[in-house]
Each structure stands twice: as structure tokens, then as C-alpha cells.
Design a binder for this molecule. Structure first.
Ligand code: AMP
Ligand code: ZN
Length: 115
């Protein structure tokens, strides 16, 4: 999956505004923020979507979810946030490398069908 844009970000071939990194996970600011806080949390390893994740990925997915509140607070969303995982065609997924959107700010977000 060498031409996957998020794999290229993981490899440092495309710059990102990084907010967190460990051995397995990278988090960075969405390039087109739709809220005052808009982060993406991704696995470093290419997983195409939630639909193709396997039971072996569960601990990794758990860690990614666990990071969301921490990164939201760090980014200034101190009173909650919204996390979204667009999956496949119906979910409107545009980048086919699993990612959790973390959206927030200092005011309640509008109700939205797609983040
Ligand atoms: P999705 O529709 O869930 O696949 O969302 C993909 C997200 O990736 C969109 O919100 C894009 O703005 C974001 N995105 C695409 N390319 C980049 C990039 N190079 N750096 C940061 N975010 C990106
Ligand atoms: Zn990828």
C-alpha cells in the first residue's frame, strides 16, 4: 500500500501536523478542519477500514479509541468531543486507511450526518 496517502504520512514522505506518535499509532491535524479541533488518529500499519480490521487488531483499535479523549483535551476540547469512523462507500470514506476523526472545540458541534 505504498501509494496510500496516510502510509506516506507515516513514512514521513508527506508532512503532517503531528499531535501524537508511538510505535503503532500516529495522530495529526486534519488538513481541512471542520471544527476548531479536528484530529485524525491512525494506525501506522495499513488497515484499509474498520470493515477489514481483524480480531488481532482489537487491542490496537482499543488504544486508538483510548487516545481520543486525551488528544481532544490536549487540543483544547475540554468538555467533550465527537469521534467518527467513516467506513466504506456508504460511510463516505475517502481515505482508505483506517482513521478516527476527533472533532471538538469550545462549543457544541452542529448535528451532522457526515462529520
Ligand atoms: P474520510 O472521508 O473519513 O476518509 O476522511 C479523510 C480525511 O482525511 C478528510 O477529512 C481529509 O481532510 C483528511 N486528509 C486528507 N489528506 C490529508 C493530509 N495530507 N493531511 C491531513 N489530513 C488529510
Ligand atoms: Zn495506508
Amino acid at each position: 500500500m505504498s501509494d496510500c496517502i496516510f502510509c506516506r504520512i507515516v513514512r514521513g514522505e508527506i508532512p503532517c501536523s503531528k499531535v501524537y506518535e508511538d510505535e503503532e499509532i500516529l495522530a495529526f491535524k486534519d488538513i481541512h478542519p471542520l471544527a476548531p479541533v479536528h484530529l485524525l488518529i491512525i494506525p501506522k500499519r495499513h488497515i484499509a477500514s474498520l470493515a477489514t480490521a481483524t480480531p488481532e487488531d482489537s487491542p490496537l483499535l482499543g488504544r486508538m479509541l483510548e487516545l481520543a479523549p486525551r488528544l481532544a483535551v490536549q487540543a483544547g476540547s475540554t468538555d467533550g468531543f465527537r469521534s467518527i469512523v467513516n467506513t466504506g462507500n456508504v460511510g463516505g470514506q475517502e481515505v482508505h486507511h483506517l482513521h478516527i476523526h476527533v472533532l471538538g472545540g469550545d462549543k457544541p458541534l452542529p448535528v451532522m450526518l457526515k462529520y
